[in-house]
Design a protein around this ligand. Structure first.
Ligand SMILES: [Zn+2]
Length: 341
């Protein structure tokens, strides 16, 4: 086999220079490049066959492969230069009709875009942004939110623990409690942040996601204030013709509680796959703060009341853009991420 390969290399060395010199266009040069040194080219193939050559003959043959390859590459380069346009002084001329090279600009992540918009809308209504830790104590994650250890509501969330009594927060509500401890009413905050739940990951569910919660506490806050605030938000965040509806619901730390739907953005309420042919999309949970919660932060429930709300940013963003798999947000695939402005 060694002899055959050597013969073939000699044949290439004898023929290639003349063939390359005879090329009349860059395309012909390229075709020969592929034929000799492309991934399936003849020299490349011989190089791969070196493995099967007896060990004592391998270095000699390997050297010959290297020589022939260098010879062919040298001729290819010369031929390539021949076709480059030159001006009278021998300088390479720039073809200004060619498209320029573009650089990939960084963009904001779609979840960041949504969070920024939400923050800006609530800022206009007088809310400020509050932040808190992602590793929480059970006290802030459950107890202070009206969920004592035996409360059935603790089963509503499957919680990750980093240590006994130290969960990864399953909602951003602990920050509401921390803020109320720090200051007296009026409190008007939104809390954007990441939360964790021990859920099976699928196209519709992720074990980590972003939430925005809001809290407004003052004297004489009514359910009408809640409705007005959330309707204003929905009108500004979603397209102008979006309709909003409130449904009764249950949450451990609000009473009464409500869920807010908007008419489906994609089908405008006529029914489609995204809204499961209901015409409505559920986007928010909200309610009047349960007086028990005020007891934990030493606010007088006779004097103060308020409302709270929360929504998942990932799901809301999916609805807004018609994204069909929540995992896209976490996979850092530029083909996906570059579609958002
Ligand atoms: Zn729809």
């Amino acid at each position: 086999m060694t002899a055959e390969l050597r013969d073939e290399l000699d044949r290439i060395a004898a023929q290639a220079p003349a063939r390359i010199d005879a090329c009349a266009s860059p395309e012909e040069v390229e075709a020969l490049r592929v034929e000799y040194v492309g991934t399936k080219g003849s020299i490349t193939r011989i190089n791969k066959l070196l493995r099967e050559v007896p060990a004592d003959q391998r270095p000699g043959l390997g050297k010959r492969v290297g020589e022939v390859r260098s010879l062919v590459l040298q001729k290819l380069q010369e031929a390539g230069q021949k076709f480059q346009v030159e001006d009278g002084a021998g300088r390479q001329r720039i073809d200004i009709t060619l498209p320029g090279r573009t650089f990939l600009l960084g963009r904001r992540h779609p979840l960041t875009i949504a969070l920024d918009r939400i923050t800006s809308i609530f800022s206009d209504m007088g809310f400020t942004v509050a932040d808190g830790p992602e590793i929480e104590s059970e006290y802030y994650n459950f107890e202070a939110l009206n969920m004592p250890p035996d409360h059935p509501a603790r089963d509503m969330t499957d919680t990750y623990y980093v240590a006994p009594q130290w969960p990864l927060r399953s909602q951003t509500s602990p920050v509401q409690v921390r803020e109320m401890e720090k200051r007296r009413p009026p409190v008007r905050i939104i809390v954007p942040g990441k939360v964790y739940r021990n859920e099976d990951v699928s196209a519709r569910a992720m074990n980590q996601f972003f939430q925005v919660e809001g809290l407004y506490v003052d004297r004489n806050v009514t359910f009408a204030d809640l409705k007005g605030t959330l309707e204003t938000f929905c009108r500004r965040f979603f397209p102008p013709k979006t309709r909003v509806r409130f449904r009764p619901s249950y949450f451990p730390f609000t009473e009464p509680s409500t869920e807010v739907d908007v008419s489906c953005i994609l089908c405008n309420g006529s029914g489609c796959r995204v809204c499961k042919y209901a015409g409505w999309l559920e986007i928010l949970g909200a309610g009047m703060v349960d007086p028990n919660v005020f007891g934990f932060v030493d606010y007088d429930p006779e004097e103060y009341n308020g409302f709270a709300f929360g929504m998942g940013i990932d799901r809301t963003t999916m609805m807004r853009y018609g994204v069909d798999d929540i995992r896209h947000f976490w996979e850092n695939d530029m083909r996906f991420l570059s579609q958002f402005e």
